[in-house]
Design a protein around this ligand. Structure first.
Ligand SMILES: C[S@@+](CC[C@H](N)C(=O)[O-])C[C@H]1O[C@@H](n2cnc3c(N)ncnc32)[C@H](O)[C@@H]1O
Length: 188
């Protein structure tokens, strides 16, 4: 099977190619912890994982305890709260990831929202180091997801090309396929 067959696989390959030993990373929507687990196995110095739902934090904690060594686990800090606020120590970050939408198997009404995702993205841009990147996985297959993707695309298209390198990926022969946005900070 092609290594680029799923959007998550493609995102993971991008993250893996970006992270260098000692980097700081953030999972802004940890959910059930699949992406947090992947990130925690990369040679990061510190990983922050946030989610609005207590159930998501608990599920992520469980997955990490089962899947990580003690030293890998010690590098992860779980934060029960909204990604519209990042603690002060989250700065000079190499990678911030968002897997938008709702928690699989959870309450679909607790999906990410266009306004809060945009507010968080603006904050995330300020917290990156040069060469750092933001990865957003969008799900335009449901109403709020479609609105969210459209708003994100409009915002990202407005970013200065001298400061930001921005790309968009979607499998165009699949209906309402998930999409990926990658933003890399070029300067200063
Ligand atoms: C698609 S799920 C994430 C799946 C996750 N990446 C995984 O590997 O299981 C999206 C998550 O975003 C969370 N979320 C929604 N709004 C949020 C916010 N404002 N701040 C932080 N998390 C939020 C939801 O609670 C949900 O768990």
């Amino acid at each position: 099977m092609s290594p680029f067959r799923t959007h998550l696989k493609l995102a993971h390959q991008f993250w893996e190619s970006l992270i260098l030993p000692g980097d700081l990373a953030v999972d802004a929507t940890c959910g059930n912890g699949h992406d947090t687990l992947f990130l925690a196995k990369l040679p990061i110095a510190k990983l922050y994982a946030l989610d609005l739902q207590a159930a998501a934090i608990a599920a992520t904690r469980q997955r990490l305890v089962e899947g990580l060594s003690a030293s890998q686990l010690a590098k992860v800090q779980l934060i029960h709260g909204s990604h519209t606020h990042f603690p002060e120590e989250i700065h000079n970050v190499k990678l911030i990831v968002y897997n938008l939408g709702y928690l699989p198997g959870g309450d679909k009404s607790l999906t990410t929202r266009t306004e809060t995702t945009l507010a968080s993205l603006q904050l995330a841009l300020e917290r990156l180091k040069t060469g750092g990147a933001i990865s957003l996985t969008c799900y335009p297959g449901h109403d709020e997801g479609a609105r969210e993707e459209e708003a994100l695309l409009a915002f990202v298209r407005s970013l200065d090309k001298k400061l930001w390198s921005c790309s968009y990926h979607q499998w165009i022969n699949r209906k309402q396929a998930p999409s990926l946005l990658f933003l890399q900070k070029l300067y200063p």
